[in-house]
Design a protein around this ligand. Structure first.
Ligand SMILES: [Cu+2]
Length: 300
């Protein structure tokens, strides 16, 4: 008996150690593939913005313990009632139907629980709402079924971002259905305002690592913001059922240094217009410079 118990204990310890190792290796793996979902992982996708970290804290430290305690408490009550007050154990039921003390407790207690939740919840909502002065503004438009991005302050007109085909995604070592043909590029540690709208039906712009999800509604301009605190590639997707290709309109965001962002803006900015044809044959030969390659962002 003793030895079998010992064996059981050893096995249990082995299982626990294995589970622990699996958990930590999963955590390490999650760290490696920041910004995208990971196979076999539990918990929320790690965040790279202060608000996302705050939201994860709110979920893991406030909501999860409360819901766990309530669930266990209700389960214990159910078990107690089933065992103690079944027909055999309690053949003659009591006839009273009110208990003032119990009724006051089950009214006051939920109010207190909801008040505690609301304190943290409202703080988070206000923080999401109070956008600091934005450094970069992006306009994201949802189409059936791709995204259009525009950088009004950088004079970058709308360009199209489609899903990256499976063979190209595999070749590039990127996750298929999350990788896009044209990523959004934003500078690290800068406040990025995202204005979101829809061109045809309702879509939603969501990037889990930034903790943002905003509806893209035709005729409305919604707004959200994020401030990524590290460089890297982060993925999101449309989060509003918008038609047959809803699952095929991913969002890929590259968070880069300010210098890399400036270089990207320079590469995207419209080239200076070639001189008008009439000037080409004019007296000044300098005017007949070769035409700059036409900026053709139209990719579908
Ligand atoms: Cu959509």
């Amino acid at each position: 008996m003793k030895s079998s118990f010992h064996g059981l204990r050893t096995r249990a310890a082995g299982v626990l150690a294995g589970a622990g190792a699996a958990f930590f290796s999963a955590a390490a793996w999650a760290e490696d593939t920041m910004g995208q979902p990971t196979a076999g992982a539990i918990d929320l996708q790690p965040g790279v913005t202060p608000l996302r970290e705050q939201a994860i804290w709110f979920h893991n430290i406030i909501l999860l313990p409360i819901i766990t305690i309530i669930t266990l408490f209700v389960l214990a009550l159910l078990v107690w009632v089933v065992i103690r007050y079944n027909r055999k154990a309690n053949p003659v039921p009591a006839t009273w139907s009110h208990n003032t003390t119990v009724e006051i407790v089950w009214t006051i207690l939920p109010v207190m629980i909801l008040t505690v939740i609301s304190l943290f919840s409202f703080r988070l909502l206000f923080d999401y709402n109070d956008m600091p002065k934005p450094d970069v503004t992006i306009k994201a438009t949802g189409y059936q079924w791709y995204w259009g991005y525009e950088y009004p302050d950088q004079k970058i007109g709308e360009f199209v971002s489609n899903i990256l085909p499976e063979d190209k995604a595999l070749a590039a070592g990127k996750p298929y259905k999350l990788a896009a043909t044209e990523p959004l590029v934003v500078p690290v540690n800068k406040v990025v305002r995202v204005q979101v709208t829809g061109a045809d039906v309702i879509h939603a712009f969501a990037v889990p690592a930034f903790g943002i999800i905003t509806d893209a509604v035709p005729g409305r301009l919604n707004e959200t913001w994020f401030k990524a605190d590290r460089t890297g590639t982060f993925y999101g997707s449309c989060r509003e059922l918008c038609g047959v290709d809803h699952a095929f309109m991913p969002i890929e965001v590259h968070v880069v240094t300010q210098a890399q962002f400036d270089a990207w803006v320079a590469s995207k900015a419209p080239k200076p217009a070639p001189p008008p044809p009439a000037a080409a044959g004019a007296a000044t030969p300098a005017a007949s410079t070769p035409a700059a390659p036409a900026a053709a962002p139209a990719k579908t």
